[in-house]
Unconditional design. Structure first.
Length: 311
């Protein structure tokens, strides 16, 4: 029986080698990435938690998301700084200084090819606690991996049934993993209805944001975005868009936005880390074209990003 088992294992190993060789020759997609945990670098995702850990059980996990593309990593320092604020908002203490997190993210990007399009995800998770996490039980982990930039041609969206919670209903001042299942439900429903994304309202029936990014509209050349009331994260890319708009002489108004404002807008676009600035080309049943304000701001953003070269 032992000899038979060894023979079967050898046969399976040969098959896996042949399969890997075949996939390589056929150009099958593989995800490249680097990971840092507990002082060590890995080229595969380390297994670090289990069912008795607070983060696994009670979702005491925060993260931030930055991007690197063509060797550029715009506003990476701001993303690393927000990570620490998110940890404290969820009740535990970060274990690293922002400069240390920034240095690790930079090292990780430089370990991969310059032309890579990467998602940079530093995280903290709590190990101890019952309902609330033990403040000193947080641990840091970093994942940097292939994640192609989405096409800038545009996306579609509809209004979701799901809403953003008020600041006294959830930790909306943190980029916390526990906030994202509701976004996931909204996106799943949108895709089932034939759209790419969803627009979520707040508890007072004002437009809050897209399920995965901040929302902007344009009317008569003025750019509007929902006022930061605390029910959503006013993003780092959102703030960058405001700065770029000011430099371009585009008026920006932070306001309480209604469904009608969205449906009657000349342009609709988003701002967010994953795709930066992308136009909406269909909202509900209305078709739109990528507008001049969104396209100008996107071009300005990409020019700004050139100053963030890491190579």
């Amino acid at each position: 029986m032992i000899d038979a088992g060894r023979a079967a294992l050898a046969c399976a190993n040969d098959y896996l080698i042949e399969l890997l060789d075949y996939m390589t020759k056929k150009g099958a997609p593989t995800m490249a990435g680097v990971f840092f945990y507990n002082g060590d670098w890995y080229d595969e995702s380390p297994r670090v938690t289990g069912p008795m850990e607070h983060a696994f059980w009670m979702s005491s996990t925060v993260f931030d998301g930055a991007r690197s593309f063509q060797g550029m990593a715009p506003d990476l320092d701001k993303h690393c700084a927000r990570l620490a604020r998110s940890a404290r908002a969820l009740g535990f203490e970060p274990t690293m200084e922002t400069e240390e997190v920034l240095d690790l993210c930079t090292q990780a990007v430089r370990k991969l090819p310059k032309e890579s399009e990467l998602y940079i995800r530093p995280m903290y998770f709590a190990r101890g606690g019952f309902i609330d996490p033990e403040p000193d039980s947080a641990e840091f982990i970093l994942a940097v991996y292939d994640s192609p930039m989405p096409d800038a041609d545009g996306f579609s969206a509809h209004f979701a049934q799901e809403r953003r919670p008020a600041r006294d209903m959830a930790p909306t001042d943190a980029k916390a993993s526990c906030l994202y299942p509701n976004s996931g439900r909204a996106v799943a429903a949108a895709r089932k209805a034939g759209f790419d994304n969803a627009i979520l309202m707040d508890a007072n029936d004002n437009v809050a944001e897209f399920a995965t990014s901040n929302i902007w509209t344009v009317k008569d050349g003025v750019a509007f975005t929902p006022a930061a009331t605390g029910c959503f994260l006013a993003g780092i890319t959102r703030e960058r868009v405001k700065i770029l708009a000011d430099a371009a002489g585009i008026e920006v108004q932070e306001t309480f936005m209604s469904r009608e404002d969205v449906m009657n807008a000349d342009e609709i676009f988003n701002s967010g880390n994953f795709g930066k600035i992308m136009p909406v080309t269909r909202v509900e049943g209305r078709e739109l074209q990528p507008g001049p304000v969104a396209m100008k701001l996107r071009a300005m953003y990409m020019e700004f990003a050139r100053d963030s070269q890491l190579f």
